[in-house]
Every structure is written in structure tokens, then in C-alpha cells.
Design a protein. Structure first.
Length: 93
């Protein structure tokens, strides 16, 4: 599970007025002054000008991850990835 801290993106002057599922759309709405957003820390470098980011250390969230691969393994790395995930193997050093 991803245990990365989340950041709260705060608009400078507006109340929440819209919803967006896609994080870059949410950041765009915040940049336009149309609401607030909760984003992953890893997206903080993508914040548009005018968006204020604050860490929320008291809000501990985890995100379940679902690996995905094509059923036909065209590359050796895909096979290694699949083996490590499904058979408990270890990745080569």
C-alpha cells in the first residue's frame, strides 16, 4: 500500500464549487480559484501558479495499488515484474 503523505491544495479566495476525479483537473480548478483538492505528494511539483500546498500530517491515508500488465509479455522486464508480484519472487539486483 502506498503510504505517502497527502497535500492539501488551497485556493486563495474561493469556496469549493466543483468536483473533479482526475488530479490535474482538480489542480486546474484550484488554480482558477474554484475549490480545494486533496492530492498526492508526488503531484506537488505539478501545481500551477497561484496554488498553495500544505502538508496535512494528521491525515494518514493509504492508497491500494493494482498492478497491471498485458497478458502477452513482450519484454523480459514484464515477466520479472509479474513473477515478483504473483509468486513472491525477488527482483534481480
Amino acid at each position: 500500500m502506498l503510504d505517502e503523505p497527502r497535500l492539501l491544495a488551497l485556493p486563495e479566495q474561493q469556496a469549493l464549487t466543483h468536483q473533479a476525479i482526475e488530479p490535474f483537473t482538480a489542480l486546474g480548478l484550484v488554480a482558477s480559484g474554484l475549490g480545494i483538492a486533496m492530492i498526492q505528494k508526488g503531484l506537488s511539483h505539478s501545481a500551477p501558479p497561484g496554488v498553495v500546498l500544505r502538508e496535512v500530517p494528521w491525515l494518514a491515508l493509504t492508497t491500494p495499488l493494482w498492478p497491471a500488465w498485458h497478458r502477452i509479455n513482450l519484454r523480459p522486464l514484464v515477466e520479472t515484474f509479474r513473477t515478483v508480484l504473483t509468486e513472491g519472487g525477488t527482483a534481480p539486483a
